[in-house]
Design a protein around this ligand. Structure first.
Ligand code: T3D
Length: 258
């Protein structure tokens, strides 16, 4: 199986599972991952996702053995599978934590950047490897990089294709945190479990607002915040959050819209 899915209380862990190829992406893996995202989104009890990789790598990007004989401009795998996967991941109405356990290269790096909160093992690295093989960063690389770290660093990473350590990635704001290797999964699981107890609908609306902010002018963004806040404000979790604050107790969120 190219991915493994495990269910925990209120969240699921998806593990990319081709360790002998550093979890390099194939159409089969992308199809399985896409189906796992759909299943997670359809399950009301699943309120967060954790994505990681088996073995010593997170994901080495496109499996190059699968495209070595591809016809020029044959981008079917990208257009029909990888790019829709990035959009689906981004639009998922639950928070997605990524635990980067080792090297994240090419499409694998950008798959990680598409997640909401990225933790990486201190020994992990990020490589926008595309330039090494005469390609441009795809799977959202040219969108995520400048937004996360600014154009100067984005251009250098994309054009030099040098590995960036987890520590510098965190220092630059490419990811949330670098953690000790032997703490990675415990920390990532604790984060996913914590997010799974939060006001899920408000988190989903927050994701939408933050993504729209990348292209909206301020006035349109304020209008969007008004509309999304109206939805969040009508949720039982908002009422519970306020009540819990006034009662001086921790809130018990259901994540349900009503
Ligand atoms: O047309 C299109 O397809 C457009 C879409 C593009 C999307 C992309 O992602 S393009 C970028 C593709 N990825 C790469 O170019 C990265 C290639 N891999 C590497 O540069 C290195 O493997 C790493 C820097 C990621 C890690 O290096 P290292 O030294 O830790 O490991 P290694 O020894 O190179 O790799 C271990 C094994 O995994 C090795 O197999 P072997 O020799 O033990 O049988 C290696 O061949 C295999 N492997 C690593 N990456 C890939 C791969 N096999 C197939 N595809 C890979 N991407």
């Amino acid at each position: 199986m190219t991915i493994l899915v495990e269910s925990f209380a209120n969240y699921r862990q998806i593990t990319l599972n081709r360790p002998e190829r550093l979890n390099a992406l194939t159409v089969e893996m992308a199809t399985a991952l896409s189906a796992a995202l759909d299943e997670a989104a359809a399950d009301d009890t699943c309120r967060a996702l954790l994505l990681t990789g088996a073995g010593r790598g997170f994901c080495a990007g496109q499996d190059l053995t699968a495209i070595v004989d591809a016809k020029p401009a044959d981008l079917g795998h990208l257009l029909d599978h990888y790019h829709p996967l990035i959009l689906k991941l981004r639009a998922l109405p639950i928070p997605v934590v990524c635990a980067v356990n080792g090297v994240a290269a090419g499409a694998g790096a950008n798959l990680a950047l598409a997640c909401d909160i990225v933790l990486a093992a201190r020994s992990a690295s990020f490589v926008e490897a595309f330039a090494r093989i005469g390609l441009i960063p795809d799977c959202g690389g040219t969108w995520f990089l400048p937004r996360l770290i600014g154009t100067a660093r984005a251009r250098a990473l994309a054009m030099l294709a040098e590995p960036l350590s987890a520590e510098i990635a965190a220092e630059w704001g490419l990811i949330w945190q670098a953690v000790e290797d032997d703490r990675l999964m415990a920390e990532a699981q604790a984060l996913a479990a914590r997010l799974a107890t939060q006001a899920t609908m408000a988190l989903a609306l927050t994701k939408r607002a933050l993504d729209a902010a990348a292209t909206n002018p301020l006035d349109r963004q304020l209008d969007l915040e008004r509309d999304l806040q109206a939805e969040a404000g009508a949720s039982p979790d908002h009422r519970e959050g306020v009540r819990a604050f006034l009662d001086k107790r921790p809130p018990v969120f259901t994540g349900r819209p009503r």
